[in-house]
Ligand binder design. Structure first.
Ligand code: ADP
Ligand code: TRP
Length: 326
């Protein structure tokens, strides 16, 4: 089984990224041949600062390795070090109906945010983004793609493109399946909405202690007092986060205390911070070691790119042959 996923270097990684994509990806590296990459080409659709992209890419590498990506088990590289993906994107783009891309939520959301849908302000890369993502996946004969729920539609687009290519030029691409962990499909942010960089409601995995504490303590719930019982405790978004970062029995206890009354939101938030900080303690230590050993990290990415390129070259040659480009 070949497993593949990517993550954009567009800012500090947060609990949504970790529980939605990174942890499932790290668990899957035990079950097959895992291919994970830093999607720096994708980040070009919305980040226009070269130094920031460079810095973020290194940060993502450190974060992912610190959280448990094992370079002995997984191939790990920077997307732009395997430029075959850009060539495959062209082949696939000729198989992609415009309507399919226009219907993508990620694109529609960006358009809706613009006054009177001003298309001039949206770059073609953003529109074509799902085609690049399809190329990422199909270039490696991927079977399984671990992602959060927001990427499900992009996987459907990938499958549609692969089917159309296969029907047009003969069987070429493997059809991938998304792997979405339902228990963490949508991790809530500090405002209760989906945690996302673009909503400014994130809790960073490797943020500063003070900053994280401040973000968690400023979470606004409802106006019920400390003593009031809260029978809907299981719906509370603080509890949903506690369930992710505390041991299961401890999380149940916290939920019961909230339900019973006599335990207020201040205590809940303080406890949540404690669990969070503890959960990533080992990873923080590992990250500090890696940050002091950047040659090692660069070496991992370089070896990963070499291995990824071997696979990519084969699949690209197969696709070019099928399309009469050999
Ligand atoms: P962001 O929304 O912060 O920009 P990305 O879109 O870069 O995050 O997401 C990277 C990966 O993390 C994707 O696989 C995505 O599905 C997952 N992910 C991001 N936010 C969440 C969340 N709140 N819950 C679950 N998964 C998430
Ligand atoms: N679009 C994904 C995101 O924003 C990142 C990504 C790019 C990806 N290429 C991919 C994820 C291929 C899985 C497979 O999160």
């Amino acid at each position: 089984m070949r497993i593949l996923s990517g993550i954009q270097p567009s800012g500090a990684l947060h609990l949504g990224n970790y529980f939605g994509m990174m942890r499932p990806a790290i668990e899957l590296q035990e079950q097959g041949e895992a291919f994970y990459f830093i999607a720096n080409y994708h980040s070009m659709t919305s980040l226009f600062d070269a130094a920031e992209r460079r810095r973020n890419s290194l940060d993502v590498a450190l974060d992912f390795l610190a959280c448990g990506l094992d370079p002995e088990k997984s191939v790990f590289w920077k997307q732009s070090d395997v430029p075959e993906v850009a060539e495959l994107t062209w082949l696939l783009s000729t198989m992609t109906p415009m309507g399919l891309l226009r219907r993508c939520h990620s694109f529609k959301d960006k358009m809706d945010k613009l006054a009177d849908g001003d298309e001039e302000k949206v770059n073609h890369g953003l529109f074509a983004y799902p085609v690049l993502m399809a190329a990422d996946i199909l270039l490696f004969d991927s079977n399984v793609v671990p992602v959060g729920r927001d990427q499900k539609q992009h996987l459907e687009v990938t499958r549609d493109i692969a089917i159309k290519f296969n029907n047009t030029y003969g069987d070429t691409f493997v059809l991938p399946e998304p792997r979405i962990q339902e228990s963490v499909a949508v991790v809530p942010g500090t405002d209760g909405q989906k945690m996302s960089k673009s909503y400014g409601n994130t809790i960073e995995i490797f943020g500063e202690e003070k900053a994280i504490k401040k973000k968690i303590m400023s979470m606004v719930m409802d106006s019920r007092g400390v003593d009031e019982p809260k029978p809907d405790a299981d719906q509370n978004f603080g509890i949903q986060l506690v369930r992710l970062v505390a041991p299961a029995d401890v999380a149940r206890e916290v939920e019961e205390k909230l339900r019973a009354g006599g335990y207020g939101y201040g205590s809940l938030k303080k406890d949540l911070f404690g669990f969070c900080w503890e959960y990533f303690a080992d990873a923080r230590e590992k990250r500090a070691e890696l940050a002091a050993n950047l040659d090692y990290v660069e070496g991992v990415l370089k070896r990963g790119a070499e291995r990824a390129r071997e696979v990519a070259a084969d699949v690209l040659a197969r696709a070019k042959k099928a399309a009469g480009l050999d």
